[in-house]
Design a binder for this molecule. Structure first.
Ligand SMILES: *[C@@H]1O[C@H](CO)[C@@H](O)[C@H](O)[C@H]1NC(C)=O
Ligand SMILES: *[C@@H]1O[C@H](CO)[C@@H](O)[C@H](O)[C@H]1NC(C)=O
Ligand SMILES: *[C@@H]1O[C@H](CO)[C@@H](O)[C@H](O)[C@H]1NC(C)=O
Ligand SMILES: *[C@@H]1O[C@H](CO)[C@@H](O)[C@H](O)[C@H]1NC(C)=O
Ligand SMILES: *[C@@H]1O[C@H](CO)[C@@H](O)[C@H](O)[C@H]1NC(C)=O
Ligand SMILES: *[C@@H]1O[C@H](CO)[C@@H](O)[C@H](O)[C@H]1NC(C)=O
Ligand SMILES: *[C@@H]1O[C@H](CO)[C@@H](O)[C@H](O)[C@H]1NC(C)=O
Ligand SMILES: *[C@@H]1O[C@H](CO)[C@@H](O)[C@H](O)[C@H]1NC(C)=O
Ligand SMILES: *[C@@H]1O[C@H](CO)[C@@H](O)[C@H](O)[C@H]1NC(C)=O
Ligand SMILES: *[C@@H]1O[C@H](CO)[C@@H](O)[C@H](O)[C@H]1NC(C)=O
Length: 755
């Protein structure tokens, strides 16, 4: 007993478990019916608002019956007894099977099938309409005029079907197009019809009746698709059987007129699901419910619409990348490292790799560029600082500070300026080759244009001894204060470079050297011009030797250092390179400098530059002016290359006149030649003490010039006047004695002067 009881208990438990296991998946499947209601009749699903049995449907109009005694089970609409074979929530359609109305002619019994047959009158109630879009009216058999009428008996739609006499057995040209079969459209909103077949008496003269006849004629509504497939090609219209055809019914919630009306009474509103919506019917009053896009299920039930997991139906929702389901939608993205359209096959391309590489490359490039740029910038900064420091060092070395102090203490020097390297670089277009005015042993002279459009000459020396640089500032200061019409004005200097640069006033007509020895020499230079240039130069040197606070020696007097302006006024230049006269022994320069051909022989021996050294050099200039021969002419015989030795030799031989330039020879008379030759011999004396001072030279030259300016013929004719002129000279310098001296010189004896 106990064992059997136990067995029963185990069995019950097993059954329960099996049942539970069976129920669980069913419960998980999407519910289409109200709980506890059958959701299928045979193969046909019954979704709510339809329902089998009271309480399972929304209302009586959706109530269905399932007659399971039939096989397969038959689904019947309770209200009007239509046999349904299909139900669709999404389309709002149902398919009913409805018998065609038949009328056959029996030769013995006459017409069979009458107008009161049940199948002739089809009535739908409330929820259903015959779909105007999906159904057509058909009349079949010959001769046949079929039609249907509405509830008040008025004609609605119909057509006539005829068989051609020549053709036997109801053969047709094909389709349901009027021969053996005809069809017509339905109006909207049809929920009732009565089918009629117009009977014809055979044999009458009407052409319609001359054709063939069929035993039976039919009228019915049918689904368009069914008509098209059944009467395709050459079908047999000559049938006699009884048959039912599918008819599409539109169903809707038709208890209110439209959606806006339905939404006014939410308790009765059929669309229950949150993710569903209301749609007006296209066929009469009422509305339908549908799930929103991205959702599926039964919108007539609470939570009936469920999110579609699109990623599980990739045939419908194409995605060839990474599919992610989101409520109501899904995302489809290309796998990492690719990009493109993932919804297309091969839509994703590993383009990102390139982009990534590009990004990395760009990043690295920018980084490298920035680093290089920073380094370069830093380098530039350091270079600039170095440059500034170098400039400052040079400035101090060249006595810039002292010069500044001196300038300050003297209350500023008119017109003298300390230039920066940038200013001079700008003025000379970075010391361009086409700005070079001249080159010498000491350096290069550039033409420059300052900010204020002033034209200047900038001398850039090649080198300078340390000893010189110490004195430089002092020299600069003194030179800057000199203002003489026959001395090239020093406008300023630049001390920021190793060798200071000097800025002079620009003298337009070049050097005296160029004027008398130039490549394209001037044909005529009057004696007066020559004497004037000599006198002006002498005056300038004399001024420097005596007028300034400290005697300033030039040290390098030569034709290349005498400039000419546009009116051929002489301007002595390059005092910057000269020495100040030594005050004591310690300041004696150790460096011999000057130009070959002009060098004082005594200076060469003693290394002591004196004012008489300039006198010697100046003598050479006068010699050059009168002979138009260079101080050293390299094309002559070896012993005669020096103009000075040439001249002294010629003097001894009494042939010095031959040395003179033709023009000078023509313009100069005997007396003047003697006077000048004598002056030159004194200037060129080997012994410095025997040379006249620059002041004397200047005065004599000036006097000679004035003497020369007087018309010689007149002077010659008036011996007294001539005499007085010479007498004036005699007073000054004992002319007679000098005449004698010249003679002595001619004899080769040493010459002395007594002034
Ligand atoms: C079910 O169908 C059978 C056979 O057609 C019929 O006899 C029966 O009356 C039907 N039952 C209902 C409830 O309609
Ligand atoms: C039922 O309806 C569905 C969808 O509308 C259709 O695919 C199917 O062929 C129909 N079945 C019948 C028997 O009409
Ligand atoms: C006419 O009706 C009778 C009796 O129902 C039947 O025997 C006969 O076969 C029918 N004739 C035709 C041609 O259908
Ligand atoms: C109605 O027509 C069908 C088929 O044509 C037939 O079987 C049925 O007996 C008819 N009913 C009446 C009452 O005539
Ligand atoms: C239809 O078939 C019947 C007998 O089966 C025949 O007598 C009649 O001529 C046919 N009608 C047509 C139009 O072919
Ligand atoms: C039925 O109604 C629809 C839309 O309301 C319309 O497009 C269609 O033409 C109508 N059909 C007929 C036969 O009037
Ligand atoms: C929709 O229904 C409401 C209420 O029945 C009605 O007042 C309204 O006119 C209807 N709208 C249309 C376009 O028929
Ligand atoms: C809403 O519909 C219910 C059910 O049909 C009905 O009982 C109720 O009176 C309606 N309410 C309104 C305001 O129409
Ligand atoms: C239904 O019809 C009403 C009235 O014609 C209109 O206001 C409403 O927008 C329609 N609703 C839909 C979903 O078509
Ligand atoms: C779904 O997502 C796609 C792309 O993101 C968008 O174009 C589409 O409109 C979305 N559909 C809905 C119903 O939100």
């Amino acid at each position: 007993m106990t064992t059997s009881a136990l067995h029963l208990q185990v069995l019950a438990l097993t059954v329960f478990l099996v049942c539970a296991a069976a129920v669980t998946p069913a419960a998980l499947a999407q519910q289409q019916q109200l709980p506890g209601c059958p959701d299928k009749c045979g193969d046909i699903s019954i979704p709510y608002p339809f329902g089998i049995g009271a309480g399972c449907a929304r209302d009586q109009y959706f109530e269905l019956e399932c007659n399971r005694t039939n096989s397969p089970p038959r689904l019947i609409v309770s209200t009007h007894r239509q046999h349904l074979v299909n139900l669709s929530l999404a389309d709002g359609e149902a398919t009913a099977l409805i018998n065609a109305r038949r009328q056959c002619y029996n030769s013995t019994e006459g017409l069979i099938g009458d107008a009161n047959n049940m199948s002739t009158r089809i009535s739908l109630f409330n929820a259903y309409r015959f779909s105007a879009a999906r159904n057509r009216f058909v009349a079949l058999g010959c001769p046949n005029m079929g039609y249907f009428v509405d509830t008040v008996g008025c004609y609605v739609s119909g057509c006539t079907s005829i068989c051609r006499p020549s053709q036997g057995s109801g053969a047709s040209t094909g389709g349901c197009t009027g021969e053996g079969c005809c069809q017509s459209k339905l109006p909207n909103n049809t929920d009732y019809y009565e089918l009629y077949i117009q009977t014809f008496k055979p044999g009458e003269g009407d052409p319609i009746l001359r054709g063939g006849t069929t035993s039976c004629r039919y009228v019915f509504l049918a689904e368009d698709k069914w008509i098209d497939t059944t009467y395709r090609g050459s079908p047999d219209f000559n049938r006699t059987d009884d048959f039912a055809v599918p008819v599409v019914l539109d169903w809707a919630i038709r208890d209110v007129y439209n959606c806006s009306a339905a939404m006014r009474n939410m308790t009765n509103y059929a669309c229950r699901s949150a993710h569903g919506g209301c749609f007006n019917t296209s066929d009469g009053q009422g509305y339908q419910c549908k799930c929103s896009q991205g959702y599926e299920g039964n919108p007539y039930l609470n939570d009936g619409c469920q999110d579609i997991d699109e990623c599980k139906h990739l045939d419908k929702y194409p995605c060839h990348g990474v599919c992610t389901n989101v409520p109501g939608n899904y995302t489809c993205e290309c796998p990492q490292g690719t990009s493109g359209d993932a919804t297309m096959k091969n839509g994703c391309r590993p383009k990102d790799k390139f982009t990534l590489a590009l990004k990395v490359f760009t990043g690295v490039s920018v980084g490298v560029f920035m680093s290089v740029f920073m380094c370069f910038w830093l380098y530039l900064g350091l270079q600039k600082r170095k440059l500034i420091r170098t400039k400052q060092r040079f400035f101090e070395q060249n006595g810039g500070v002292i010069l500044q102090q001196q300038m300050h203490s003297s209350g500023g020097v008119g017109g003298f300026k300390i230039f920066s390297t940038e200013e001079l670089e700008k003025a000379t277009n970075n010391f361009a080759a086409d700005r070079v005015l001249g080159r010498g042993g000491h350096g290069v002279v550039y033409k420059g244009v300052l900010e204020d459009d002033m034209v200047v000459a900038i001398k850039k020396s090649k080198m300078m001894e340390e000893a010189q640089t110490k004195e430089f500032a002092r020299e600069m200061f003194i030179l800057s204060q000199i203002n003489h019409k026959n001395i090239v004005k020093l406008l300023g200097c630049c001390l920021e470079v190793e060798v200071p640069m000097l800025v002079y006033e620009f003298v337009s007509n070049g050097t005296l050297y160029h004027y008398i020895h130039g490549k394209e020499p001037i044909d005529q230079i009057s004696l007066d011009t020559r004497l004037r240039i000599a006198a002006e130069s002498a005056e300038a040197l004399s001024y420097m030797h005596s007028s300034a606070s400290l005697p300033i020696l030039h040290g390098d007097v030569k034709t290349a250092n005498i400039l000419l302006d546009d009116k051929l006024n002489a301007k002595v230049s390059d005092f910057g390179a000269s020495k100040l006269a030594p005050i004591d022994e310690a300041e004696i320069a150790t460096l011999v400098q000057g130009t070959c051909g002009y060098l004082d022989p005594e200076y060469l021996m003693t290394c002591q530059l004196t004012n008489k050294s300039d006198v010697y050099s100046f003598g050479v200039i006068v010699l050059e002016l009168l002979t138009r021969k260079k101080a050293l002419y390299l094309d002559g015989p070896e012993e005669d290359r020096s103009l000075v030795s040439c001249f002294t030799t010629a003097m001894k031989a009494g042939r010095h006149q031959e040395l003179l330039d033709n023009q000078v020879r023509n313009e100069m008379n005997e007396e003047m030649l003697t006077e000048i030759a004598h002056l030159l011999m004194r200037c060129l004396s080997m012994n410095g003490e025997e040379r006249p001072t620059m002041k004397e030279v200047a005065e004599r030259l000036e006097m000679l010039r004035r003497y020369q300016q007087h018309p010689w013929v007149e002077a010659k004719g008036n011996a007294e006047e001539n005499q007085s002129l010479l007498g004036m000279e005699q007073q000054n310098s004992n002319y007679q004695l000098r005449q004698h001296d010249v003679l002595d010189l001619e004899e080769g004896s040493t010459y002395t002067f007594s002034l």
